[in-house]
Design a protein around this ligand. Structure first.
Ligand SMILES: Nc1nc2c(c(=O)[nH]1)N[C@@H](CN(C=O)c1ccc(C(=O)N[C@@H](CCC(=O)O)C(=O)O)cc1)CN2
Length: 366
């Protein structure tokens, strides 16, 4: 009790700012009751990975010569595996069409604002739909749209029987309540798997969510299709975002892994990660995970897609993962590259979820 009562004075300023927000929220169970105690649901603290004494920059970033050691890792080719899944989806769409007298799955993609990366992802999703025979519907709203504008679009797609999946491209503009918008998507059309019912069922034993979030599902699919045993293994998930880290940890547990989540408040994350047989890195910090974080023989799934300056590249930048690929290759038994690893699987899983939704709507699966 005493320790908890005292801990407030040790918090950094940014965390304190956050406490003000958290304590005024209606979800802040017990706080007003216990006074100085932290809320039962914890603080909504920001993830800050930079300027930590217990994290060293990876050697490849420091341009040290790594050529003296031979890489050990097999490359898990996400692009190839995603392509195989797209072919499978194409065949199933054809079968569904013949079973339903010409019906095809439909995906609606809602984009709010004009973030360049989001526009690229939305374009890729629509193109992928076309290639596999899924009809795509789009609604692009300006950044200045109100939450009610977005909710109206969601309601329209909820009621449209030719739409089997609805996806709200994230992140939404800051002035919108993401929780409210995602919860407005019909649970039967929630192909992103972010509806509280779907994510809640994913967290609970013996429950079956209608959809599982695409990127974590893609990570597991990569492991399964690369014949990596998950059962009984120690998996470390680095990052605890709603989109990747948290659902990935839940999915790994459902596959009987022992899961540790490493986050920005974990002391000595390298030491903790070094105990893992399977590492899923999903923090969004370029090259955070150095070779010294990886146990020899571990399997590494790198979810990060971070642009870094590169004057030799046509666009002036290139994409790198959260893992220092050059270093991790010397330790891991298998690793996903960036680009060409998890990214293409995110879209393949979206197609697969949309197909499942259509099959359910036409009574072809439960
Ligand atoms: N509603 C959602 N929003 C977002 C999600 C999501 O799953 N649902 N995930 C990310 C972005 N994302 C899809 O939306 C996504 C990211 C990356 C890729 C991809 O194929 N990446 C390529 C590289 C692409 C490039 O060259 O620019 C790769 O890694 O090889 C696809 C989808 C955030 N928002």
């Amino acid at each position: 009790m005493g320790d908890r009562g005292n801990f407030k004075k040790n918090l950094r300023k940014d965390a304190r700012e956050d406490i003000k927000l958290t304590t005024s929220s209606s979800t802040d169970l017990h706080c007003s009751f216990h006074g100085a105690l932290p809320p039962l649901l914890g603080w909504n603290s920001p993830e800050i990975w930079r300027d930590r004494d217990d994290i060293q920059p990876c050697r490849a970033i420091l341009d040290e010569d790594l050529t003296k050691t031979e890489p050990t890792a097999a490359i898990i080719d996400g692009k190839m595996i995603a392509e195989k899944i797209r072919q499978e989806v194409t065949e199933e769409v054809t079968r569904l069409k013949s079973q339903t007298g010409g019906k095809v799955p439909g995906l609606a993609v809602v984009l709010v604002g004009s973030r360049k990366d989001s526009e690229t992802y939305v374009r890729s999703k629509k193109k992928a739909c076309k290639e596999v025979g899924i009809a795509s519907f789009g609604e692009d709203l300006p950044e200045s749209s109100s939450e009610e504008d977005v909710l109206a679009v969601v309601r329209k797609f909820n009621e449209d029987p030719s739409v089997h999946g609805i996806l709200i491209q994230l992140p939404l503009p800051k002035h919108m309540n993401e929780e409210k918008v995602l919860a407005a998507v019909s649970v039967e059309k929630d192909v992103d798997g972010f509806h509280p019912l779907n994510i809640g069922k994913l967290a609970m034993q013996g429950r079956t969510p209608l959809f599982v979030p695409c990127t974590p599902k893609g990570c597991i699919e990569l492991l399964l299709r690369s014949n990596v045993d998950i059962k009984g293994k120690h998996a470390v998930v680095i990052g605890r975002s709603n989109v990747v880290g948290t659902p990935a940890a839940m999915l790994l547990q459902r596959h009987q892994a022992t899961v540790t989540v490493v986050h920005s408040y974990t002391p000595n994350p390298a030491e903790v990660t070094r105990r893992a047989d399977i590492v899923i890195a999903a923090v969004g910090v370029a090259h955070l995970v150095g070779g010294d974080w990886i146990k020899p023989g571990a399997v590494v799934i790198d979810v990060g897609i971070n642009p870094i300056e590169d004057p030799s590249a046509k666009k002036g930048y290139r994409l790198v993962g959260d893992v220092c690929f050059k270093e991790a290759c010397m330790k891991a038994s298998a690793i996903t590259p960036v680009p060409g690893g998890v990214g293409p699987m995110t879209i393949a899983m979206l197609l697969s979820n949309t197909l499942d939704s259509a099959k359910r709507a036409y009574g072809l699966i439960n």
